[in-house]
Ligand binder design. Structure first.
Ligand SMILES: Cc1cc2nc3c(=O)[nH]c(=O)nc-3n(C[C@H](O)[C@H](O)[C@H](O)COP(=O)(O)OP(=O)(O)OC[C@H]3O[C@@H](n4cnc5c(N)ncnc54)[C@H](O)[C@@H]3O)c2cc1C
Length: 380
């Protein structure tokens, strides 16, 4: 085993860290307050290759793996988890679904534009009545006169309002249960396709989350993504990679909360001493740092195995479960170290405390990863 990052990985981390500090950090609190989707920053991230990290160079991607992808998401989340979420939905959900399930024509048509950031992508699985039980999808796609006609709607789609391309799942054969849901690629101007309500969220407010609606939405047959009926099964494969990104996002968010708490503890004086000199504050900070490090390596381990081509259903669920629970605790402790200031909007702690709740819900609500892990154990 080798726990050293390569020179290229170290350089990538430095590049993303500098980008996040220079372009994102000055605006984070304002974007959160006003729910501003930072489109120019997302486009700049595209110029840096961050919108196509895990795709081959011949398709316009950076040709890197899940270790590098985790580094990117971690460093962005350390400064702004919303930006990390925007990139995660674009990279490992939307574009990756096209990469893993698409035919050559679809890959060549969509991936270069998505990887460069010319187009933004979103991925719609969740529906109002089908959240954790995503196989309960109700949106339908029916083949009529040589075209697919989609009806229904999706909820909680990250990037929905800014997406040029949407990958969405709909039922094509109700009798076939999990093997009767297909995936489709929709472009923004497809007739009958529109976005609905944009949610006013507790956290991650600079990311846009909302409805995607299909009303007699007509699609050329070429827009079917993957085999008919296998869209849901493919989605589970996509989520294996997606969970690594939520684990990395949790690690980065927790690191950002730790950085803020450490800084504050070295500036704030009580009883004539910096609070960093109190044993109980030191205990908190050391426990926070240790648990962040543990989650970080669980995440990189899942990424390394994925890069080796291994099935990582269990490992990615474990990383997501551990890292998201860790981040919730660390964000809470960081707020506590800030005392009353932690409750005030001028400090980043409250923002991270709100944002961290998504780490539990996204790509498998908190109670679902244990179900996935135990299902894997029972099959072994
Ligand atoms: C900010 C944000 C961004 C999102 N982005 C996307 C996106 O881009 N694309 C997309 O498709 N979806 C997205 N989602 C949806 C997200 O994946 C779902 O919210 C998640 O899957 C949970 O579904 P639900 O909200 O319907 O909760 P429910 O499934 O209704 O769950 C409610 C509660 O019941 C628990 N529960 C459910 N089933 C079980 C069970 N079998 N055993 C024990 N407990 C259970 C859950 O853990 C949860 O605590 C996003 C959500 C948010 C909040």
């Amino acid at each position: 085993m080798n726990f050293e990052f390569t020179a290229e990985q170290i350089q990538l981390r430095k590049t993303v860290r500098n980008f996040a500090q220079a372009e994102i950090a000055p605006h984070v609190l304002e974007w959160d307050e006003n729910q501003t989707f930072p489109l120019p920053i997302v486009k700049k991230a595209g110029e840096l290759g961050l919108l196509g990290v895990i795709f081959p160079e011949e398709l316009g991607g950076a040709g890197l793996g899940y270790i590098e992808y985790s580094i990117v998401i971690e460093e962005l989340a350390r400064v702004d988890p919303s930006v990390a979420l925007i990139l995660a939905a674009h990279n490992s959900l939307c574009t990756n679904h096209i990469y893993l399930a698409g035919n050559e024509e679809q890959k060549r048509k969509y991936i270069p534009k998505l990887a460069s950031g010319e187009w933004i992508g979103c991925w719609s699985l969740t529906e109002p009545e089908a959240g954790s039980d995503a196989a309960g999808t109700r949106s339908t796609a029916t083949l009529k006169d040589g075209e697919w006609v989609l009806n229904g709607g999706k909820t909680f789609t990250t990037n929905a309002h800014y997406a040029d391309v949407c990958v969405a799942m709909a039922v094509t054969d109700r009798s076939a249960s999990q093997h009767g849901i297909s995936a489709f690629i929709l472009e923004r101007d497809t007739p009958g396709f529109q976005v609905g309500k944009k949610e006013n969220k507790l956290g991650m407010r600079a990311s846009a989350t909302g409805e995607v609606l299909f009303s007699n939405c007509r699609l050329d047959q070429a827009q079917l993504l993957g085999k008919s009926g296998e869209g849901f099964v493919d989605s589970l494969r996509i989520l294996d990679g997606g969970r690594i990104s939520i684990a990395a996002l949790s690690v980065g968010l927790a690191q950002g909360a730790f950085d803020a708490a450490l800084k504050y503890s070295k500036q704030r004086k009580q009883f004539g001493r910096f609070i960093s000199e109190f044993q109980s504050i030191q205990d908190k900070l050391s426990n926070m740092a240790t648990s962040i490090e543990a989650a970080r390596w669980l995440t990189y381990c899942a990424g390394a195995r994925k890069d080796l081509g291994q099935r990582v259903t269990k490992e990615s669920a474990m990383a997501k479960l551990f890292a998201s629970e860790m981040a919730v605790t660390v964000a809470d402790q960081a707020l506590q170290i800030h005392g009353g200031d932690g409750f005030v909007k001028d400090y980043p702690g409250q923002k991270l405390y709100r944002a961290v709740k998504l780490c539990r819900s996204g790509e498998g609500a908190g109670e679902i990863p244990p179900v996935v892990i135990e299902r894997e154990h029972l099959q072994e």
